[in-house]
Design a protein around this ligand. Sequence first.
Ligand SMILES: NC(=O)c1ccc[n+]([C@@H]2O[C@H](COP(=O)([O-])OP(=O)(O)OC[C@H]3O[C@@H](n4cnc5c(N)ncnc54)[C@H](OP(=O)(O)O)[C@@H]3O)[C@@H](O)[C@H]2O)c1
Length: 322
Amino acid sequence: MEHPLLGLSLAALGFTVLSFHVLRLVRVLVQTFLIPGISLNTYGAKRGAWAVVTGATDGIGKEFALQLAKKGFNVFLASRSPEKLGEVAGEIESNYGVKTKTYAIDFSKDDAASYAGLEAALTGLDVGVLVNNVGKGYEIPTNFLDYPQSEDSAIVTINISSVLRVTKLVLPGMIARKRGLVLNIGSFSGAFPSPMISVYSGSKAFLQAWSQCLSTELQGTGVEVELVNAYFVVSKLSKVSRPNLMAPTPKAYVASLLRKIGVPCGSLGRPGSVTPYWSHAVGDWFVQNYAPKGLLLGYINNMHKDIRRRALKKKERQAKKD
Ligand SMILES: NC(=O)c1ccc[n+]([C@@H]2O[C@H](COP(=O)([O-])OP(=O)(O)OC[C@H]3O[C@@H](n4cnc5c(N)ncnc54)[C@H](OP(=O)(O)O)[C@@H]3O)[C@@H](O)[C@H]2O)c1
């Protein structure tokens, strides 16, 4: 070889870069499959503390309410429909022997009176966990200009304003008690801009940035803030009705998260962020680090176009049947 030193240097560089990437993947896998998260007892489970869950009557939020009750929290349920609130509260009290409180609120309204009522209902409660879960998505993927302004506003109000307002009510008590956990339910569409659900995608990107800022501001206070990166989960919102490799049931999804508090898993390298479910973790890590962003945007756009085309056809068939 004419330049043995150059060859050796290139090989050493290649080996170093490869080792760096392999080691990071190993860390993601070890965190996702082996490392346990912070115990929920740290936040007052079994000691009279409350978990506040928004959007707690269906899907992921209902599952948070049930599983946090099972872990020994009293549960405060804030959601839209009084009837469904009563049903979930009844299920919790009869199965887990903890206390519940319910508060009916339509987060799309953003009115001062509802939040004053919520503040009054929360007064005096030792809140250990807040799950900012409530969220609104698109009925069908739609281009920005074709989407009604009222729907844009509803998404922004529910997905952003409610999170800010509820957190402002709960956080001072957590800081005073020097313990608390705030989980903000985000989405892959916040991490990867998603055309045709652009306002939803932007609202979740807001949550991502805000959660990371808040988690940094609160370092040393005893309050942990986490943006929870969810890909598909079986629910009404996702319109996925059967679990598959990439879309777990809410029960499996929430269990995976509650086992991994404080462990980023697939969000490794993004402080204040966690991607706990194993297939989401591997996908998140891979796409964040290796997917060409421009190609990804085009791929998501085409995927949503296809979903829209199929959804409109289904609607048409349904209309003919009716
Ligand atoms: N499912 C997924 O694939 C997925 C993926 C990524 C992120 N996420 C996020 O996960 C969170 C939960 O989603 P999900 O799939 O569990 O949704 P879901 O099954 O549709 O449940 C939404 C819950 O929020 C309540 N809610 C909806 N609008 C409300 C309003 N205006 N005021 C008060 N409560 C309201 C609903 O109450 P009612 O019972 O009265 O309808 C229900 O309890 C959302 O933030 C969503 O963006 C979900």
